[in-house]
Design a protein around this ligand. Sequence first.
Ligand SMILES: Nc1ncnc2c1ncn2[C@@H]1O[C@H](COP(=O)(O)OP(=O)(O)OP(=O)(O)O)[C@@H](O)[C@H]1O
Length: 314
Amino acid sequence: MIQVEHLTRRYGEVTAVDDVSFSIGSGEVVGLLGHNGAGKTTIMKMLTGYLEPTSGSIRVDHLTVGPDTRQIQARIGYLPENCPVWPEMTVIDFLHYQASLHGIPENERTKAIARAIQRADLKAKATDEIQTLSRGYRQRVGVAQAILHQPDIVILDEPTNGLDPTQIHQMRDLIRELSKTATVIVSTHILQEVQAVCERVLIMRAGKLVIDKRLDELRESDRIRLVTGADARPALERVARLSVVEPIRTDSGRDSQGQSSGQRYEYRLLADETLLPEIASQLVAANVPILNLSPDERDLERVFAEVNGEVEHG
Ligand SMILES: Nc1ncnc2c1ncn2[C@@H]1O[C@H](COP(=O)(O)OP(=O)(O)OP(=O)(O)O)[C@@H](O)[C@H]1O
């Protein structure tokens, strides 16, 4: 549905987005994750046609951003990072105004607004002035304006920014609800946000796309963690399909009284879990005490830390 190819955006000397390519299928819920300044907002602004790429292309089905920007914008709902909402307007007046900006015909506006209010769960606040609303409700007003024209793509930039835990929970429910009828892209620097609502993550670092994976693929491990009470390498050499063994550390273990409880050897093995039984039997045959033998699972937090150079890769 969305095809981004070799997208680059420079601001003078700064390359904010650097040769980024990805595609997103219809109905996917994708998290765009990266530290502040990674280039997320710049990508969102280009996707929504508010900022021109320096080079590269964005297509939505058969439409191309540039020549077909107006048609693409009609299909996209966008919640910008700091969604401008007019504080002195009531929710309903603001949505009327936004409906006119979206080009919704006058005779359809009331229905469109009622639908957006209902989906964003704003009924109780519809006639309140926006300045009297909590930050959570204001964000929902932002979402309501984004979905007024029933877009099939919804792009949300930092949707839970500044919300308290209850409001975050409500916003996540709202995103899940939106994902039933639209492709959703959520930009965030908060890992939990991606974990809570997305099925796929694009991780940006310094303008580059460094990871594009489904969350369930990310969790799959191609490594095994092994802790033994003796040097395991001679036994591991007998495991035919095991090519890489990284010794991580050797400690002299201490029990709770501070007495020496023998050596501890820790390894990371480049192998998937189907090799666990063979590794175990070779270790047992060689009389190597096994203290731990398990898939070395990576969660999103670890992957994110790795790509940002905050921990060693591995
Ligand atoms: N209008 C601009 N002029 C010059 N540099 C800019 C401009 N907008 C963004 N940048 C720079 O481009 C880089 C990417 O910024 P961008 O706002 O896209 O990142 P981000 O991942 O969305 O971060 P944040 O979450 O802080 O908004 C940063 O180095 C930023 O300073």
